[in-house]
Design a protein around this ligand. Structure first.
Ligand code: SAM
Length: 291
């Protein structure tokens, strides 16, 4: 079927028609496989009741499949060369709105209020530009948007870091940051051959399901996230050494040891062995010591 955008034939035709050349700097790798897109859409739980926010529609490959399956799609695209292309390729779909804006600059909360029905379940579905995957996801998570889930194609290694459990070599401060807001799951790995041009890195689809409540109680979120980062600053060093470094301006070595003892955490352990609950206890304990 030469009908869908997400086929090699139709994609080449569109690129030729507009004399479009890919910009590596914008992470432009377009999907040319409709089956992969439908699998992603199904895993995301999209149906005709749902609103969808897409980041980076490209020439509209995923946008089109979302338009067919969802109630409404709003897509943010930064590359102005793509605006006339999208107007053409998505002309048949009256439930798609393309916003010409850098997602990192966008007020997504206001957009959602303006474009979706009150109380409508909203999902983020995207084949993200890989050069800014983490900034995009962290922006959307921190803003506490009323989004049910995020299903995104990203670099495989980053997906594994975001979904990693303690004692995994990929576990780190990014795992904690993402899992504080969501439950993270790698849905599938995707071959390079479904993209035009094929990316240099391997890709996976990551699904993040927003939590109703924070999984741990922390007194001060930024203090908590900073402490977690510090515990992974030198992965091979003990918690004690990393924390001495982190608090060197405010706590002496003995106080750091006492704090670890007070938190009930062996100072010889390494950051990668602590679960989120333990990090929360540690952060809350040191927060009180600093006061
Ligand atoms: N969704 C299309 C697909 O799957 O074929 C294209 C995905 S491509 C990996 C990433 C898209 O994000 C490109 O169209 C690129 O121009 C766009 N993009 C890059 N940086 C962006 C930003 N800061 N804000 C919005 N879109 C961006």
């Amino acid at each position: 079927t030469g009908k869908w955008i997400a086929t090699p034939k139709r994609t080449k035709e569109i690129l030729e028609k507009y004399g479009f050349s890919f910009k590596k700097s914008l992470g432009q790798n377009f999907i040319i496989d409709t089956n992969i897109l439908n699998h992603i859409i199904q895993k995301a739980g999209i149906d005709k009741r749902k609103g969808v926010v897409e980041i980076g529609p490209g020439i509209g490959a995923l946008t089109e499949q979302l338009a067919v399956n969802a109630d409404k799609v709003v897509a943010y695209e930064i590359d102005q060369r793509l605006f006339p292309v999208l107007e053409d390729t998505l002309a048949a779909y009256d439930n798609v709105q393309v916003i010409h804006q850098d997602i990192l600059e966008a007020n997504v909360t206001d957009m959602m209020e303006a474009h979706f029905k009150p109380g409508q379940p909203i999902h983020v579905v995207a084949n993200l530009p890989y050069y800014i995957t983490t900034p995009i996801l962290m922006k959307l998570l921190r803003e506490n948007l009323p989004v049910t889930s995020f299903t995104v194609m990203i670099q495989k290694e980053v997906a594994e870091r975001m979904a990693a459990a303690p004692n995994n070599k990929r576990y780190g401060s990014l795992s904690i940051a993402v899992q504080y807001y969501t439950e993270a799951e790698v849905i599938m790995n995707v071959p390079k051959s479904v993209f035009m041009p094929p990316p240099n890195v391997d890709s996976s689809v990551l699904k993040l399901t927003r939590r109703e409540n924070a999984p741990v109680q922390v007194v001060d979120e930024s203090f908590f996230f900073d402490l977690v980062k510090a515990c992974f600053a030198q992965r091979r060093k003990t918690l004690r050494n990393n924390l001495i470094r982190h608090f060197k301006a405010s706590l002496d070595n003995q106080t750091v040891s006492n704090g670890l003892q007070q938190a009930g955490i062996d100072e010889a352990r390494r950051g990668e062995s602590l679960n989120m609950e333990e990090f929360a206890v540690l952060a809350n304990t040191f927060y009180n010591l600093i006061e």
